[in-house]
Design a protein around this ligand. Structure first.
Ligand SMILES: Cc1cc2nc3c(=O)[nH]c(=O)nc-3n(C[C@H](O)[C@H](O)[C@H](O)COP(=O)(O)OP(=O)(O)OC[C@H]3O[C@@H](n4cnc5c(N)ncnc54)[C@H](O)[C@@H]3O)c2cc1C
Length: 283
């Protein structure tokens, strides 16, 4: 296997234009190196992009643009404003500190695991991904970019360069909650992200709900969102939202948890998430 370490974005895009079909992008390598070891990667060329400093920045101009190489550790420790706590919290649950120090947001998105922690948190912030190739660029809503288990809409000649989050509305609160068998180095049994927006009287005017590890790809539940909007987040609305979310998911039994257990924890998670969002929106 060949290794090419790109030292400019144009250089990386040129390699992808010429060799995209046989090329595997390598960012932090925390997924790629394991998949290589297991023989799951057939590429004959690794394109290492770690040196592309322009992909390591976070910029805010109403919306917030996170470079693909920004690490989970950076996101968890203050790279984002206070309006994106779900994203910071999700990044802070990826593996342990070592994994977070090298693992990148772009890698988590492009690996497109059903259990990827950052994906639900990005979905509740209406994330869009930006892709560049030697011939141009495009932006796609994250919801359309991840098309299935470990499958994305990325073409072989494209590099994901950034993820952009919408500006958080005033009077809103967000959260990411993860159920695992232990509190670190654990892939999610269920991951739930929520963002709620309230009016001055405490009524929910907008809601976003998304979950990981409950379907082949992270799921955004517009039915759960609709059940919360117009309510004050009371028990009845929480029950309706949980039922709606349960109707939108398709969990499986695996080594970490059964489908039945995954369904069982959802109502409690939805209730806790609503409470935390309300507190944070007040704060
Ligand atoms: C011990 C351990 C624990 C883990 N725990 C968790 C966990 O709790 N939650 C979780 O979600 N994940 C977990 N992971 C998985 C992994 O750490 C994350 O998915 C991480 O974000 C991957 O980022 P990376 O930079 O290492 O990606 P890489 O391994 O470098 O790449 C991942 C994939 O994305 C592609 N890619 C990367 N960057 C780009 C780009 N800019 N453009 C196009 N394609 C790109 C690669 O080709 C590859 O297919 C764990 C991994 C390990 C080793």
């Amino acid at each position: 296997m060949e290794l090419h370490a790109a030292d400019s974005l144009d250089g990386a895009l040129d390699v992808l234009a010429r060799h995209g079909e046989r090329c595997q992008v390598l960012a932090g390598g925390t997924d790629v190196m394991i998949q290589l070891g297991r023989g799951e990667i057939a590429a004959s060329l690794l394109l290492h992009i770690e040196r592309l400093a322009e992909l390591r920045t976070v910029g805010s101009n109403g919306s917030t643009r996170i470079g693909a190489l920004v690490t989970h550790r950076a996101l968890a420790t203050g790279a984002l404003g206070t309006g994106y706590r779900a994203v910071a919290e999700s990044a802070g649950t990826v593996g342990g500190l070592q994994t977070q120090a090298v693992g990148t947001l772009g890698g988590n998105v492009c690996n497109a695991s059903p259990a990827a922690d950052t994906l639900p948190a990005l979905l509740v912030h209406d994330a869009e991904v930006t892709l560049r190739s030697a011939t141009g660029g495009r932006s796609v809503p994250l919801e359309r970019f991840v098309v299935g288990r470990r499958a994305t809409d990325r073409s072989p000649d494209e590099l994901l360069t950034a993820v952009t989050l919408a500006a958080p509305p005033p009077r809103s609160g967000d959260v990411y909650l993860k159920v695992g068998r232990r509190s670190a180095m654990e892939v999610a049994i269920v991951g739930l992200a929520m963002r709620l927006t309230f009016d001055g009287a405490g009524t929910i005017t907008a809601a976003r709900v998304a979950a990981a590890s409950v379907a082949p790809r992270p799921v955004r539940s517009t039915a759960a969102e609709a059940a919360l909007v117009g309510s004050r987040g009371g028990a009845e609305a929480v029950r309706a939202a949980a039922d709606a979310l349960l109707g939108d998911i398709d969990p499986v039994d695996d080594v970490r948890g059964s489908a039945a257990y995954r369904r069982r924890v959802i109502p409690g998670l939805v209730g806790r998430a609503v409470q935390i969002c309300a507190q944070r929106a007040e704060g």
